[in-house]
Design a protein around this ligand. Structure first.
Ligand code: FRU
Length: 433
């Protein structure tokens, strides 16, 4: 007698286009738990005088993934837009700016990274940044739209190569000129093109530089979609469900040159589960590969209930196969009372812990959905949007389990030698004794 396993046979066979998938069965386990839910966030006390909204943020890192420290300074890059622009419009004008800090708490704006009009795209979306051993800076970014013509959502993976860093006692400067190149465009075979896209959102973006510590190979991760043929039998043959086809793409540089890449198949796809696996990045710990993405509630296949959250997967090698952390993939989400308070999470190791930075998104929505916000009067939209770095969240990572252990201040990204204070729970435990 054969045992019928509907989830494996007729839904998404894990690995529709990849060795690993995020199956509907796994995603159905997503639920808020104390281990995966962040506390409610309030805006920072101090007024932000920068005149900017910031959102997606990443560190300047060395080839091995460590955060670069240059004469005591560390650097973050953020997508930015003028703070007087309606928050929902910011994606159409995003500009990459850099900020530097010695103490990891006060971040000083150094200005725009690229000279006006030189980068590809009508605006630049998220990426990553490499500080190479010879001091060269490579800024990987998403070229969104094109410089000429009307606003479009075409996306290509680009790099500005050949930057450098100068420091003195008072600060740090990133200098050009950058040599801009398009590194990769969706090939329509492993990675869906805009023309092929059947879904609500097409993605080919967020290049993330990664050197594999086991093999020494040089890679690029990115957010993409898996082309699903019209007559495919996955998702029970349901074309609507097949539109949800997010993937985590992979490319390799055979020579280690950070500007030259060859496509490989995706690491994970989420066909029948989710449309957008955003800002993929990796942490390698104890020989395990932890792969993280951000995703939204509204990009889950409508039969599934997910959240705006950080999701993660673990595997024994870069190629996986990966299985979801905490059984479902959910690692860190916002509380029920403020489901959109933060987004665009970045996980990175700090000693034994994992720290997660993100930005303050929409708060005080009082039951409004994220899609309703744009219909509020402008003032009400500004009042409810952060556009600043959120409190950093501290996680414990143990095998395939994670747990929220506490938070640090807004935009507090501790220096590598910084001892973190005992968490509230640890203090309570101590006072018990
Ligand atoms: C995540 C994201 C990225 C993209 C950027 C555009 O917050 O959607 O994937 O690069 O925002 O603003």
């Amino acid at each position: 007698m054969s045992h019928h396993k509907p989830d494996q046979e007729t839904e998404h066979a894990p690995g529709y286009g990849a060795p690993s998938g995020w199956s509907p069965k796994q995603a159905r386990r997503i639920e808020r738990t104390p281990e995966t839910t962040a506390p409610i966030v309030y805006p920072a006390d101090e007024d932000d005088a920068s005149g900017l909204h910031i959102w997606d943020t990443w560190f300047l890192r060395t080839r091995d993934g460590s955060i670069a420290t240059i004469d005591g300074w560390r650097v973050i890059f953020s997508l930015t837009a003028p703070a007087d622009l309606l928050p929902g419009k910011r994606h159409d004008v995003a500009t990459i700016r850099y900020f530097y800090s010695r103490d990891g708490q006060e971040w000083h704006c150094g200005g725009t990274v690229f000279e006006e009009g030189k980068a590809f795209g009508s605006r630049q979306w998220a990426g990553s940044a490499l500080y190479d051993a010879d001091g060269t800076v490579y800024c990987f970014y998403t070229a969104a739209g094109s410089r000429e013509g009307p606003l479009s959502y075409h996306q290509r993976l680009a790099v500005g190569a050949g930057g450098s860093v100068e420091t003195d006692e008072t600060g740090l400067e990133i200098l050009g000129p950058f040599d801009h190149q398009i590194m990769l465009e969706a090939d329509g075979d492993r990675y869906e093109t805009e023309a092929q896209s059947r879904g609500m959102i097409y993605t080919f973006r967020d290049p993330w530089f990664f050197e594999d510590p086991k093999t020494g190979a040089t890679h690029l991760l990115f957010e993409a979609n898996t082309p699903v043929p019209e007559d495919a039998d996955c998702c029970n043959g349901d074309p609507t469900r097949q539109e949800f086809n997010g993937s985590i793409g992979l490319a390799t540089s055979p020579t280690g040159d950070p500007t030259r890449w060859q496509f490989e198949g995706p690491l994970i796809d989420a066909v029948c589960v989710n449309q957008e696996l955003e800002r993929p990045h990796l942490i390698v710990r104890d020989g395990r590969y932890y792969l993280f993405i951000s995703s939204h509630r509204h990009t889950f296949e409508p039969g599934l209930e997910g959240f705006d959250a950080l999701y993660g997967f673990v595997g024994k090698s870069l190629r996986g196969p990966y299985r979801p952390l905490n059984d479902s993939g959910l690692v860190l989400t916002n509380p029920t009372a403020a489901p959109y308070q933060t987004y665009s999470w970045l996980a990175y190791p700090h000693r034994e812990e994992i720290l997660v930075s993100s930005f303050l998104n929409y708060y005080n929505l009082e039951g409004l959905g994220i899609d309703d916000v744009g219909n509020l009067p402008p003032e009400a939209q500004f009042e409810r949007f952060g556009g600043t770095l959120a409190p950093t969240v501290r996680l414990t990572l143990d095998g395939d389990r994670t747990e929220v252990r506490g938070t640090l201040g807004h935009g507090h990204l501790p220096t590598p030698d910084e001892d973190l204070p005992p968490t509230l729970r640890e203090r309570l435990r101590e006072s018990d004794v």
